[in-house]
Design a protein around this ligand. Sequence first.
Ligand SMILES: CCCCCC/C=C/C(=O)SCCNC(=O)CCNC(=O)[C@H](O)C(C)(C)COP(=O)(O)OP(=O)(O)OC[C@H]1O[C@@H](n2cnc3c(N)ncnc32)[C@H](O)[C@@H]1OP(=O)(O)O
Length: 386
Amino acid sequence: MAIAAWRLAQRWCPSFPVVQLHMNRAAMTASQKDFENAMNQVKLLKKDPGNEVKLKLYALYKQATEGPCNMPKPGVFDLINKAKWDAWNTLGSLPKETARQNYVDLVSSLSSSLESSSQVEPGTDRKSTGYETLMVTSEGGITKITLNRPAKKNAINVEMYHEIMRALKAASKDDSSITVLTGNGDYYSSGNDLTNFTDIPPGGVEEKAKNSAILLREFVGCFIDFPKPLIAVVNGPAVGISVTILGLFDVVYASDRATFHTPFSHLGQSPEGCSSYTFLKIMGPAKATEMLVFGKKLTAGEACAQGLVTAVFPDSTFQKEVWTRLKAFAKLPPNAMRISKEVIRNREKEKLHAVNAEECSVLQERWLSDECMNAVVNFLSRKSKL
Ligand SMILES: CCCCCC/C=C/C(=O)SCCNC(=O)CCNC(=O)[C@H](O)C(C)(C)COP(=O)(O)OP(=O)(O)OC[C@H]1O[C@@H](n2cnc3c(N)ncnc32)[C@H](O)[C@@H]1OP(=O)(O)O
């Protein structure tokens, strides 16, 4: 029955391309040759990348070649050596191979961002090209990632999952202080694009469910590990995974037009985005159950009262008020903000990764259930809307 429903769903959307099998980036590490090439590339950079980036490069280089910092800490007045020591020491026990990979990634993002910045007029946003489903800009210390499928209410298709991860990885290494996620159009996001379920690979629905769980786990992992302050600017209604991952953001600003809806039971699914843990901590088990089990849709005011949203603004002044605040935040010392976030969040990271793994494994099973298949088929055949 379940497989029949999947096939039915596939028949409605035969034009969707077969999902590219996702390659786990974590499994790839840079070779010594890549590392050496990157070191040479640094010497060829036409523009000075700035002190903060240079410190990051220094720290990653030392970690990649010598391992964790075990040098004595320089005195407070030895400013330059102390800054270098701090940058290296911050990497803790990061493995040499990961440091090598991060160094190579940083140099590559640097080469492309410094090249493209030279083509941008002064005073305008530095726009990253190469995204199909997002708009990404970086200006005044703020990297802004805008979900950009307004005609589909910013539903997150497979390409968008990958692009968000790519944009977050780039933002974690660029010279911005804070990162913002928002939506273009009237919705923040309608959550997972339900047509994601219609591209069945040769291995069948089981393989599809397995690939989706791998993708989801990596996607949520990027939010758990994001090192800089991450702010959601919720411009309109939010559904599903776009709501659950809010528990992993540092600040959530919402328009009074926004709503927060996690209709997992209606869809035969179960909570993700670490919400089975974060929502309970944020709002307590009863309120979390109303949302995650019974699919109660919250207004922005209710979400703020529950602690999921930091502040709500009238829609007419939303952008102005929020961006005034964000611009002020972006002027604060970036290292202090990053380190404070680390202090606030790091002790939870291991737990969050464990919760993420468990939620994905439960969902992998759920996606194969008749309840889920029927809900997806109903949506695709427009028999039901939330
Ligand atoms: C790799 C897999 C990881 C999975 C992670 C697990 C994630 C779980 C979730 O996120 S669960 C939540 C899933 N989302 C939904 O169930 C929402 C479905 N959408 C709707 O119910 C409605 O579209 C709406 C209430 C969001 C908006 O309704 P309305 O204002 O009437 O607009 P339309 O329905 O006409 O929508 C316009 C246009 O957008 C398409 N669309 C909207 N949302 C989705 C979506 N989530 N998936 C796919 N397509 C969506 C809709 O079909 C319309 O397209 P069309 O103009 O007909 O081509």
